[in-house]
Design a protein around this ligand. Sequence first.
Ligand SMILES: Nc1ncnc2c1ncn2[C@@H]1O[C@H](COP(=O)(O)OP(=O)(O)OP(=O)(O)O)[C@@H](O)[C@H]1O
Length: 372
Amino acid sequence: MSAAAIAPPPAAVEVVALSKRYAAGTPAAVDQIDLRIASGSYCCLLGPSGCGKSTTLRMIAGHESVTSGDILLDNRNITNLPAAARGTAMMFQSFALFPHLSALDNVAFSLKMKGVGKAERQKRARDLLERVAMGHLAERKPGELSGGQQQRVALARALITEPRVLLLDEPLSALDPFLRIQMRAELRRWQKELGLTFVHVTHSQEEAMALADTMVVMNHGVIEQVGSPHQVYNHPASEFVARFMGGHNVFDTPAGPIAVRNDHMRIARGDADGGLAATVTDVEYQGTYVLLGLALQDAAPGRGSVSVLLGEAAFLASPHAPGDVVRLSWAEADARVLGPGAEPPAERVPVPAIDGSSLARDDLAALASMPL
Ligand SMILES: Nc1ncnc2c1ncn2[C@@H]1O[C@H](COP(=O)(O)OP(=O)(O)OP(=O)(O)O)[C@@H](O)[C@H]1O
């Protein structure tokens, strides 16, 4: 079966000044974010717990109401449409499969709800299960499948509605670490094969780096940075992004804070000239690399911890042990000047409705509150 037979062309997703406030008087969970996700791309929403990434995904899915702002799919305003009419499908963390139904019936379920005849829905479900290499296990119930197999069934079930955008909420976190890496490669392969737009929420930097064409780093309900994994890792926009992505040291300089990747740090003996004096506190052997933890000798409180990642051969050629005093430096070209980070936005003037359906939302709300 060709990818084209599974789904219509993928759609670009756009959110405009999108906000969610769960209760009056509380901070916005999502605060007037603007984002455009390219058609056919793999986008990861990334950030620490509580940053608003799941709320954003649920608003795109139609599982959460929008406080203000708009969501567009290929320029069609879907903000007020019910979840089933949006052209999106959601794949959940726990896969949410029905335990009493076979894999085949799980996949066919939404077609049954739509009134599609048994023969037709079973054929389409079987085709999709074949597509995700699960045809031979179609009669098994979820409890008789491994985590990875359940994930494939969940994917087939999401795809049966022919979505233009697949929304994935921490889809790998229920899997053990080994399977997670395997399934992440499968997700990436499926996305490329199907050519769909995937929007994937994760709190794992590593997962986002491995999967995304575009990473969206969120913090406190706002977007800190949007870019390819390479851009975000090599040019973190703010101290928050540098620290959240990991693998960076932040130094205060007269020109403001800078970030230097820990594998770009230079380390010299304590009696060398120049650089910052530091004491080695930890040595962690990681195989290919050795990670040194160090304490800077002159640093403001809370800003003295740094790390240096050395290749195994470099470390063995010049080993370090806890207690060693060293001097740290970096090439100027490896220093990234950090910006102040995203600020909570000022109240914005509402954006005019793109196709009038934002107005329709207010009209609907007014109608809904009218006595019959
Ligand atoms: N149903 C709800 N009612 C009230 N507040 C909520 C609700 N859901 C989320 N929140 C709050 O909104 C903020 C953003 O939550 P959200 O679940 O979007 O974050 P997240 O980044 O996905 O976090 P996690 O990785 O822990 O799921 C948090 O402060 C959270 O407590």
